[in-house]
Design a protein around this ligand. Structure first.
Ligand code: PLP
Length: 287
């Protein structure tokens, strides 16, 4: 029997079911999901799962993709079409399809809804479970691995949207000790009161930006004073200049942090110089 998936309003062959490459779930992990057990053809704890789904959507400001009564019908129809008596039904809702950009898409973009169901061999899972299983332990690190450029960008998406809502371009994350780590999609820099370019070491709590590496090389080659040291929010607000770097931003001067003017409120000369001369120092492909 071939499996069937529900994808954005249609029941389609599971083997051919697909979502758009610019679905925000695919690009940013910007979505939520639920899994319900199906036992003897009935949904188990459906009320609890749907309540949590509603809550997850609300927390992320994602619209409900359809009224709950309709969703319940889709779950049942997916279970029926896949002839699941014992197994699971999976629901995923993402913020929908839109040109890749961390900020939320326009309100006209509809959330995407996928439902799948599959049978499980109840006797087999039962036998495995009652025999007992083993576990291992690991340090809690969900998700501290910001050094890896993963598509698990939901915190970054929420931070950048918060910045946008506040009339800003970027949000800077601050660690528990009060030091700035990096931006939602950029590395963070200041020029201290003493005129020293400062950016956090790439070894702790940030993505090692390629633009950052080039900018550091520039600073060295141009004999500018620089250091890879963390800085606090207070130091940033008192700095002569602040700026951020990323492939999408090159070097972008910052004129205010949390509404507080940086320097004289105009883009600083160091940031502008690094921006102006960036491509003299970056590697430009020969072909
Ligand atoms: N930090 C984060 C979290 C990013 O997502 C990015 C780029 O997307 C950067 C820093 C800057 O990296 P790069 O200079 O390689 O673009």
């Amino acid at each position: 029997m071939s499996r069937i998936a529900y994808v954005n309003g249609r029941y389609v062959s599971h083997a051919l079911a697909s979502v758009h490459i610019e679905d925000r779930g695919y690009q940013f992990a910007d979505g939520v999901y639920e899994v319900c057990e199906v036992r003897d053809g009935h949904l188990v704890d459906e009320v609890g799962h749907l309540a949590r789904l509603r809550r997850s959507l609300k927390e992320l400001s994602i619209r409900e993709p359809m009224p709950e009564a309709s969703l319940k019908l889709v779950l049942r129809e997916t279970i029926r079409r896949n002839r699941v008596r014992d197994g699971i039904v999976y629901v995923q809702v993402t913020r929908g399809v839109s040109r890749r950009d961390h900020y939320f898409p326009p309100a006209s973009v509809k959330p995407a809804l996928v439902v799948t169901a599959r049978s499980m061999d109840r006797a087999k899972t039962e036998a495995g479970a009652v025999a007992g299983v083993k576990v291992i332990t690991l340090p809690e690190n969900r998700w501290a691995r910001v050094d890896i450029k993963t598509v698990g960008l939901l915190p970054n998406v929420l931070a950048k949207q918060q910045a946008k809502d506040a009339g800003a371009k970027e949000a800077w994350f601050v660690d528990p000790a009060g030091f700035v780590t990096e931006g939602g999609s950029t590395n963070a820099w200041i020029v201290t009161k003493d005129g020293i370019i400062r950016t956090r070491p790439a070894e702790s709590g940030i993505l090692r930006g390629i633009t950052r590496t080039t900018a550091l090389r520039m600073a060295r080659d141009l004999q500018m004073r620089f250091e890879e040291e963390p800085f606090t929010v207070e130091e940033a607000k008192a700095a002569r200049e602040a700026f951020f770097t990323a492939a999408t931003a090159i070097v972008t001067p910052i004129v205010a942090i949390d509404g507080q003017t940086i320097g004289d409120g105009k883009p600083g000369p160091v940031a502008l110089e690094l921006r102006r001369r960036f491509h003299e120092f970056a590697e430009i492909s020969k072909d």
